[in-house]
Write a protein that binds this ligand. Sequence first.
Ligand SMILES: *[C@@H]1O[C@H](CO)[C@@H](O)[C@H](O)[C@H]1NC(C)=O
Ligand SMILES: *[C@@H]1O[C@H](CO)[C@@H](O)[C@H](O)[C@H]1NC(C)=O
Length: 543
Amino acid sequence: MYTHSIILSLIFANLLLFSGLPPTAAAGGSWRLLQRNVGISAMHMQLLQNDRVVMYDRTDFGPSNLSLPGGKCLRDPTAKIKVDCTAHSIEYNVITNTFRPLMVLSDVWCSSGSVSPDGTLVQTGGFNSGERRVRTFKPCSTCDWKEIPLALSARRWYATNHILPDGRQIIIGGRRQFNYEFYPKDRATQNVFDLRFLAETNDIGIENNLYPFVFLQPDGNLFIFANNRAILFDYTKNGVVRKFPAIPDGQHRNYPSTGSAVMLPLKVDAKFIEVEVLVCGGAPIGSYDRANHGIFVDALRTCARIKITDRNPQWVMETMPQPRVMVDMLLLPNGNVLLINGGSAGAAGWEIGRKPVLNPVIYHTNNPVGKRFELQNPTTIPRMYHSTAILLRDGRVLVGGSNPHAGYNFTGVLYPTELRLEAFSPSYLDPEFAYLRPAIQFPASSAKLRHGQALKVGFTVPGKVDSTKLSVTILSPSFNTHSFSMNQRLLILSTGKYRLRGNKKYEVEVTIPGSGNVAPSGYYILYLVHKEIPSVGIWVQIG
Ligand SMILES: *[C@@H]1O[C@H](CO)[C@@H](O)[C@H](O)[C@H]1NC(C)=O
Ligand SMILES: *[C@@H]1O[C@H](CO)[C@@H](O)[C@H](O)[C@H]1NC(C)=O
């Protein structure tokens, strides 16, 4: 009897957890609608060091819901509508919750980018008129996009970018491009370089490994993942350094079977930095074709985690609360991972995603396997194909976009083009944790730091402090599109002793990583974390 009732309650608990029902009142986190209509659908997002977010969709699918200022119009002979006087990019100001239209001059659809060390957003590629362009956006209140024609050697559509220690970026892949290139270029790197791995993982006849997952490693190599396989790649010698085992199920995790991936937080106090990668969601092989024939297969319900610095690394499989395709994965300031957006069936592409997953899930990185997933309160807005999510300095997550249509379609479709912006506050922002929340007193915002330097961080905590549960982390804001966050990395800094400096005031000395392979030069958000509750972050510039 006893065993029986335990089994029953386990089944019941599982049903609650996995049924996709609204979570109980015990679930944490909250949602707030920020804007009903920003005029465009945020298909790509990047947070800049002035707390403004640059967003854009595409220029070739008709007028948006926001006019360009001063009667400006875009003339693009390759677009469906040749003269378009509406905006397809905006700058959203997080602090004032306002936005202004920006003007891109060519098609930025399904493109990629990185922020350079001086804080300029450098965006690459797109479609037709935009496929070989580079565009830059300097953060300032009146700045707009600048475009550099024919700046790329190859067409880049659905490519992945990563910032490099020398300040250049590498641009990897894209449709029909099994190669990579650099920007800016020098004489030695004018051309494109072959990357056979991309041809090898493009293995079922349709293009199926787009937006590969790329992470710069502390040893200077790049970890590159596509579908179920991964390599360690030396971009300076154009050579594969190491091949990792395939994820045993052989399933697909890149566009159009879009899952996502993060490099888990790096603890930089150790002599040898261990690196783990977590890949979640995706869609079984064939999902895209079947969805185009009206059969919407359940997405993958797995995450796969691997310690790539092990001598003999193996994938460890875990089970998410729901199947999930087009899931965004965001590193949170405390080292946990947020899974947000996407659906439970179908694939990425026009009209073929189904069963929106409205609940974010927090993945507790350091819990034992089986105790890592925590459901959060749901939104009411489906965020399907072409939706986005980025972490803000105050710990909230900005969520936008969702447009599985070839136009702005607001009526008569399953998931209308979304012009709304929301903020999700993970449970660490719930009021009950206010007594634990630290506040940073110094350094001043935008402090300029050198690699390897010591930095004093002062902070206050309202309640009792557990000094064994304090940490200082820095996060590089990522370029988010198609469920992947390029350049996303969270570093847990090496710290000295936490010292009391007065009533509820504390100080700690941290060391900024010495290597540009660990912390590429650029802007980071620095957080103080106490018992998994993060402070509001401050901007710092490294290098
Ligand atoms: C934007 O949408 C609103 C309704 O949501 C509509 O009234 C307005 O005319 C639209 N504006 C543009 C520029 O399309
Ligand atoms: C979206 O709207 C356009 C017109 O703006 C129309 O041609 C297209 O068929 C619509 N798509 C869907 C899926 O309804």
